[in-house]
Design a protein around this ligand. Structure first.
Ligand code: SF4
Ligand code: SF4
Length: 251
């Protein structure tokens, strides 16, 4: 199966939550509302072996298990645009945009052989998938590899920080293990969301006060954007609570 793809820079995929590397999260902490996603995958699920390699393996009840990957996210509600997106569909941080955006539509968090479904644009996206666009995937092999390889290397580097962090958190928080087990057992899967501040003590050379100042302001901005919108009430509560947590660090 061959897939052609070219980005026409319509900006239509620049909505909703965006996975980030640790360095991309820190570099753009003044605009992205940062959280940590914990995403379990059951054996047989998409890219299970890679998820276990980049994340941790969790033993569940009845001799079951799950692989769990932890990663930073710009947690923007579905249908709300990325804070870096301009009205004309262009990216205001194009020169320093996150590695995830550079690799789109491929994903370094998926096995190379498991990319096909990612290469089918949503109906309202203006991606060029005609035969005249560059060939990017051919018989389960990526033909334009550079961004994919770059993202994979970043994920491997981040995993050296995120794996011990995840194990430490799970050992110290039995409720987290129980909640992950519940998510892992859901037929459709899902994720847990924790505050990004839980990771900061594991990061070298981060000025927590500078970060807290940026994030308290970003969270209040998103709390405003989602206020009085019932469809975003869960996100709204999360932004408000997270703004308070960052503010406590500043006080
Ligand atoms: S950072 Fe730029 S390219 Fe990435 S989602 Fe936001 S607007 Fe789009
Ligand atoms: S929807 Fe497709 S064409 Fe539009 S910005 Fe995203 S990748 Fe590019």
């Amino acid at each position: 199966m061959k897939r052609h793809f070219d980005c026409t820079a319509c900006g239509k995929c620049c909505h909703g939550w965006l996975p980030l590397s640790i360095s991309d999260a820190l570099a753009h902490a003044d605009i992205f509302p940062l959280f940590l996603f914990w995403m379990p995958v059951r054996p047989g699920g998409k890219s299970y072996d890679l998820t276990r390699e980049l994340g941790i393996e969790l033993k569940l009840k009845k001799r079951k298990r799950a692989a769990v990957r932890v990663f930073p996210v710009s947690y923007v509600p579905t249908h709300i645009s990325c804070p870096a997106l301009q009205n004309d569909g262009l990216c205001t941080i194009h020169e320093s945009k996150p590695q995830r955006c550079r690799t789109m539509p491929l994903s370094g968090a998926r096995a190379e052989s498991d990319q096909l479904d990612l290469l089918i644009p949503k109906p309202d996206w203006d991606c060029d998938v005609s035969d005249t666009a560059p060939l990017i995937y051919d018989d389960k092999h990526i033909t334009e590899r550079q961004n994919f390889e770059d993202e994979r290397q970043v994920l491997i580097a981040d995993s050296k920080i995120l794996k011990p962090f995840a194990n430490l958190m799970i050992d110290g928080a039995p409720k987290l293990r129980m909640d992950l087990e519940k998510v892992a057992n859901r037929p459709k899967g899902g994720h847990l969301i924790l505050n990004f501040s839980t990771l900061v003590p594991r990061l070298a050379d981060v000025d927590i006060f500078k970060l807290a100042k940026k994030q308290a302001s970003v969270m209040l901005h998103f709390a405003d954007q989602t206020a009085e919108r019932t469809e975003f009430s869960d996100e709204h509560k999360r932004y408000v609570a997270c703004a308070q947590d960052w503010q406590k660090i500043l006080d």
